[in-house]
Design a protein around this ligand. Sequence first.
Ligand code: 2P0
Length: 357
Amino acid sequence: ETDGAVTHEATATAPVNIAVIKYWGKRNEALMLPTNSSLSLTLDQDQLQSRTSVRVRAERGDAVRLWLNGREEKLSARMLNLVAAMRRLRREKEEEAKGAEELASRVLHVASVNNFPTAAGLASSASGLACLAVALDAALGLDLPRAQLSALARLGSGSACRSLFGGFVAWDAGVNNATGADSVARQVAPETHWPAMCALVLVASADQKEMPSSRGMQATVDTSPLLLHRAAHVVPERMRAIERAIRDTDFDAFAELTMRDSNQFHAVCLDTFPPIFYLNSVSQAVIALVTRYNELKHAKDSSRRFTAAYTFDAGPNAVLYLLKEDVPEVLRLVNAFFPHPSFANDNDRDEYYGQAK
Ligand code: 2P0
């Protein structure tokens, strides 16, 4: 691109979040309203992040082009929605402030990279769409408040609304089906509230999943009676309980709720017809290992019941939540049971790890 072609440019980064009470299902797809509330932890931005640059070009038009991890891709309908909503806000601003520079109908180029495997069930859409909202906000000079950016990010991907906040973040389902105004993410506690809390991300496979989340959850909404039970009778109490566990920094309560909710999310996937399988044999081995480790470790020491809690999203990769003091022991355990294979050459290694490298 020549210098004159780009008039405004902004780059933003956004962190991944991993839910402990899982979002799965929309009651309204146009407004992106979930069937149940959810709660996640935003991970350290230095480890897993998306980075997105938005360039506003000199030429007029409503075209938007996207490069994801260096390859040009078509924008999804939801991304186009998000861009359209933010261009509308820019247009309103221009109409209010006479003489404001005309940016609302200019060609946009978006480049986004993840420093981790994309679409492998590691919440890449959450960080990616959160990042897009923040970068567009800056490139279009909107300067919107965080809560509004969160609601805009939700239009791109539900879980993205939680990545606008750090620490422990709830997304309340809300009850308003006309506007969705009360379906908002809010910070339950900042990361400094429980600094010992750590996440270990175990990559069992960096392959892209076969069933994208949005299609999978719609199939669940359409066919699973268990989802109705979960949304009405399980999640509301779990949201209260996990907020209590976080407030009291009660790791046992936090761990049990986390593992039970991961299990139930995968149960509703199995209850979908035809069924959806995100866990594989490695995931099952991780569940067995964590379960047995917790049992053996705390058989004699009844002051606690859990040292590590597993959770799985829409893919086979595990995230373990645990306290900092226990990281070395759990890492040793994981490395002993799942040793890194050795490779004859770089090609074999790259093939094994897919995009993860
Ligand atoms: C979550 N997941 O709460 C749950 C747990 C996966 C399992 O949010 O259709 O990519 O874009 O709203 O947010 C994955 O779903 O789906 C997800 P859309 P999204 O993190």
